[in-house]
Design a protein around this ligand. Sequence first.
Ligand code: SF4
Length: 911
Amino acid sequence: MAKTFIESIAQKLRVIPNLDRAEANVATKKLEKFPHSDDWHHHMELDANAWPKRVEKNYSLVPTTCFNCESACGLLAFVDKESGQVAKLEGNPHHPGSRGRNCAKGPATINQLKDTERILHPMRRKGARGSGEWEKITWDEALDEISTKIRASLKTGAKDRVVYHVGRPGHEGYTNRVLKAWGVDGHNSHTNICSAGARTGYALWHKHDRPSPDHANAKVILLTSSHLETGHYFNPHAQRILEGMMDGAKLIVIDPRLSNTAAMADHWVPTWPGSEPALFLAWAKMILEQGTYDRPFLENWVNWEMWLDADHPNEPKTFERFIELLKDEYAMYTPEFAAEECRIPVEQVIEVGNIVAGAGEALSSHVWRSAAIGNLGGWQVSRTLHFLNVLTGSVGTKGGTAPNSWAKYKPVLFDEPPAPDGWNELHFPPEYTMSHFEMSHILPHLVKEGRGTMDVYFTRVFNPIWTYPDGFAWMDMLQNEESVGCHIAMTPTWNETAFFADYVLPMGHSAERHDINSYATSAGKWVAFRQPVLREYARREGREVEFTHEVNPGEVWEEDEFWNELSWRIDDGTMGIREHFMSPYRPGKKITIDEYYQYTFERVPGLPKAAKAEGLTELEYMRKHGAFLIEPATYKKHEQEGWPTPSGKQELYSKTMIEFGYPEHALPHYRINSHVHPSNLEGEDEYCLLPNFRLPQHIHSRSANAKWLVEIAHKNPIWIHPKDAKKLGVEEGELLKIKTEIGWFVDKVWVTESIKPGVIGCSHHIGRWRRKQDAGNRFMTNEVKIEDRGDGKMRMRTISGVESWDSDDPDTSRIWWRDGGVHQNITHAVQPDPISGHHCWLQKVWLSKPGEDELYGDVEVDMEKSMAHYKKWNKWAKQRETHPRGERRPLWFKRPLAPKPEHFIMKDHKE
Ligand code: SF4
């Protein structure tokens, strides 16, 4: 049917859907997987709930990105035009990383948005910290009071007393810019309970501290995990691993636990936790002996000549001699040695080693948190794993493993304030010379030792009391107003740490905030736009919105606008802060959020052209599509850029290690007997606890009231092998007491062959709690009582499990599960690795049956032991504290929010 003139104009202006395409599709009977983006504001679906009646529902589809893990997969919010509210979220087909797909946590964002217990207004505490008494305040009051405290701190000249501690960043550079504008070295992160081990191992090779495997094009996919691929980068990686496997790639998973990924593998290699480097070095030896190494890559891109000069000065400096000496260097790593260390059959070492040795430059490998953060010396895992990529020449190749910074876009910001003029020793204590990065997990211990205090402490989507080891130490610090003058929790949902805040500020979930995202989830480089979808919907409907909290539920805001407004108020006109928040388009005026993103998107390579082709500005393009592919593949960039190391090559031989006091680690080796090495677990009742594997359905701080996710996973029993269960005399569902170095907890057992004998497992994410006086998260939390027993011991006991309740959401009365699990992390001792600074998650534990008064869910911690254990580990770093040329840390290493160069030199250093 011919269109009318009015329809033609309306179609052109995109006021109505594209009738030509709709007709063409009808004519060809073509089904579309997704509606075309030109029609996203006019999408009609039949209401499934009304079936068999054909009831039409009209939606505006607004792209945004998921905020439930770092991957930032694309989401498409379905805004119901009748209610003006988000009805559901699905995948965004225009997002190059996720390509329309999501894991369960993506669509479950709707649960978070509609959580009947979420925080909807700014709150200020009324009683003592932690008393649970709150009053509602306005944003204006919050901004005034907090800015006054920050101003007072900054006016003292201190550069380290206003701190922002982030759990899930989810943006690129925004907050660091703000902190720089305030002039503080105040960025703290969760990195050293997460990726610090892996980062250090990778950084030693090539400064780039994260791997980006090209699974889709690999011949061999080698994963070293206790949580891959359920964490980084779950959905984008999982879909590419499957693609690779469908093309014939072999999947090898190294994990003491039969994870979901291991269950799909061609080879599950259940190594003893911490022994992985022995296995990788045995495979390195096999590659050298079989001659399957990549000579051109090694010869041209590895600093082998430096090693010969230093350690073999009298040898001929030829590549052939280098290979012979390398074989000698690694001669001890026989398959038998690896089999013994890993406690796996030698046949498996050889069989899988042959597959790796034959991968050539299509070996995609990955390690992230997992094994590299488990044990003392965990950083050796990534260092030896990358050695396999170096030997096979699969660094930065198609099907290989690239530095993640190649595929990550760094936005150009409208204004870059100067670097902070100070160094925060609570974040970077001098003894942790090579840490990646802030020593966040020992912050309470450093404060207790008298090394510093904080005036204003922001925790942002961050829940250390629950997530970190030794949570009672955090509780203790946060309750002490001399240690932390003011604690502000910025969070979309209640959490255990927010209970101990002075202010709780409600921040938006994924579809309620602005952020730029770019992550190396594949070989391509992309940028994505997380946008508050109701704001974009309002714009499409012609309504003006000044601040995002005007359209979000309650008064939920977003950090971006909050930081701008707060910064403006901190400055009394004398501090030079406001000048960093001026519009780049309207001189002398405060920047708006649209201007911030417009400025940045105008500078994304290729985006201006793509936007112009659709007659849009760059910001309009990103509002419409939600993502943009900058480069389809980022292979072999070193051929133009080289490697950003002192030698300009891949550093097989690390002079940095020698200079900073660790000469025995100049080359990748397996030289550290970890705290959970079998030789350190000698008693009949001594086991290794594997506490750091993820569940695919949960995240740490914000999924506790995502009801669909909680229904799938809500308890965390102890995984125990049948042989061990028999030895201990426990059966499925019975209780075990797990004694750690500083306390104990009681949990039920799950008897399963999916865990290696001698190792027990307990997942992250479960065991959330609230006290009688606390609010929120009732889908997943036990009610607990916390008792100070007066003798340095803290006890937590479950008063009641999960229970249903009545609310506007009928599902809250349908909760059928009662078991909220056990909070295990709080009983873990902090164990800072002296080199990478990472927390060593694996715990040496003693197992027994609980006593009569020791009940399921009970937790006890001895605070004196907690401090003593910290001191024992901290001493190992202090003993080797070395600062060549007075350098606090290697100048070429990364450091977030780097201060001015002079602060990288120790204050007392003399030339
Ligand atoms: S992997 Fe899952 S949780 Fe992570 S961003 Fe993608 S959809 Fe969200």
